[in-house]
Ligand binder design. Structure first.
Ligand code: PLP
Length: 398
């Protein structure tokens, strides 16, 4: 008998499994709207010009490949902190925020989960219903019991704000609440500023621990505008966590660039928390890789490259918005009315409102791939596939 003979086959990852199925599909019209990756007007994963320029500079001044500090590149950490909290943030001036480089947004969430498990081992975790699939798995794996707060309202096609607030208010003190800072995945529906204040009231009154997941800063309204949520928390909440991902905003998916920021009561507490966070990192992967963070650090630290990034991110955001409008128009042209809500949503995804059966038919009969929940990636639509996708959706709705 082998050591692993009792190991069961795990189910394939829902989204990556879909990509495998897509690759094997021989239909020439196939479209992959499953995975959350931005594609340009030609259906290509973009290499941002600011990223290319930063890499060229790095190649022009080759450096030896030493280990990094446990918490990553110091200048990168400072740049991220200023991007997330605002350069003039009083929290930064008071030394209350620690930021550690992480392996993408997922890595940042896991660092935060492991740190919180040490600090509040009895706490439960609440995630939105529905949420990014990995939230449930990641916090469960970190040892937490994970439950859900109400979020999506299928009737009104929006957020069930009252239900969400009621669930947060019913949570025990210390409960960890994972919140999508912007571009809610998978629904595309965000909270309005006044709703965020109600969430903050519930967090403050109920002594909850907020963990803001910021995987799409700049994809909803703009970099500053999307960061307003973090600043609203900074004004009123004593301690909370923020995970940052640059996978989408810099199109650096495979470089695994992200960061975890933790807001503490004062500088002395921040130093102690950082010392513990470093142990979490050290015992997992010792220290993070250099290349991706060096790109982001170079771009954010150079006024010209930064301006280029702001422009390129704006172009991605605008193209997604155009595709939302084009999808609604394409559906109308194909005979499907009443889908204007698609343009109310923000970010890469749209909860199309299609059922599991309809999504499966979309795949098997038309080779249009989205998740069974009805989520489609609007950022993968373009002039070349939008008519076909609209007609296919119309066909499965009949
Ligand atoms: N959080 C949310 C809500 C996401 O949608 C994603 C990516 O899809 C992540 C975190 C993870 O980001 P990364 O790919 O940088 O690990």
């Amino acid at each position: 008998m082998s050591l692993f003979s009792g190991v069961e086959q795990a189910p394939p990852d829902a989204i990556l499994g879909l990509t495998e199925q897509f690759k094997a599909d021989t239909n020439p019209r196939k479209v992959n709207l499953g995975v959350g990756v931005y594609q340009d007007a030609n259906g290509k994963l973009p290499l941002l010009r600011c990223v290319e320029a930063a890499e060229q500079r790095m190649v022009a001044t080759p450096t030896a490949k030493g280990y990094q500090a446990i918490d990553g590149l110091p200048t990168y950490d400072t740049e991220v902190k200023e991007l997330v909290f605002g350069a003039g943030s009083p929290l930064l001036a008071a030394g209350r925020v620690i930021t550690a480089q992480a392996l993408g947004g997922t890595g940042a969430l896991k660092l935060g989960a492991d740190l919180l498990r040490q600090v509040s081992p009895e706490a439960k975790v609440l995630i939105s219903n529905p949420s990014w699939e990995n939230h449930q798995a990641l916090f469960t794996r970190a040892g937490f019991t994970v439950e859900k707060y109400r979020y999506y309202d299928a009737q009104t096609k929006g957020v069930d704000v009252d239900g969400m607030i009621a669930d947060l208010r019913a949570a025990a003190p210390g409960t960890i609440v994972v919140l999508h800072a912007c571009c809610h995945n998978p629904t595309g529906y965000d909270l309005a500023p006044a709703d965020w204040q109600r969430v903050i009231d519930a967090v403050v009154d109920g002594h909850l621990t907020a963990f803001l997941d910021m995987a799409y800063q700049g994809f909803a309204q703009g970099i500053e505008e999307d960061g307003a949520v973090v600043r609203a928390f900074a004004e009123r909440v004593g301690s909370f966590l923020v995970s940052t991902s640059f996978s989408k905003s810099f199109s650096l998916y495979g470089e695994r660039v992200g960061a975890l920021s933790v807001v503490c009561a004062d500088a002395a507490e921040a130093a102690r928390v950082l010392s513990q966070l470093k142990i979490v990192i050290r015992t997992n992967y010792s220290n993070p890789p250099t290349h991706g963070a060096a790109i982001v650090e170079t771009v954010l630290g150079d006024p010209e490259l930064r301006a280029q990034w702001v422009e390129e991110l704006g172009q991605m955001r605008d193209r997604i918005k155009q595709m939302r409008t084009a999808l609604v128009e394409g559906l109308v042209a194909a005979g499907v009315q009443g889908r204007e809500y698609i343009t109310d949503q923000v970010g890469m995804f749209s909860f199309s409102g299609l059922t599991k059966e309809q999504m499966q038919r979309l795949r098997s009969e038309y080779a249009v791939y989205g998740t069974d929940t009805g989520r489609i990636c609007v950022a993968a639509l373009n002039e070349g596939n939008i008519a076909y996708v609209s007609e296919s959706i119309a066909a499965v709705l009949k």
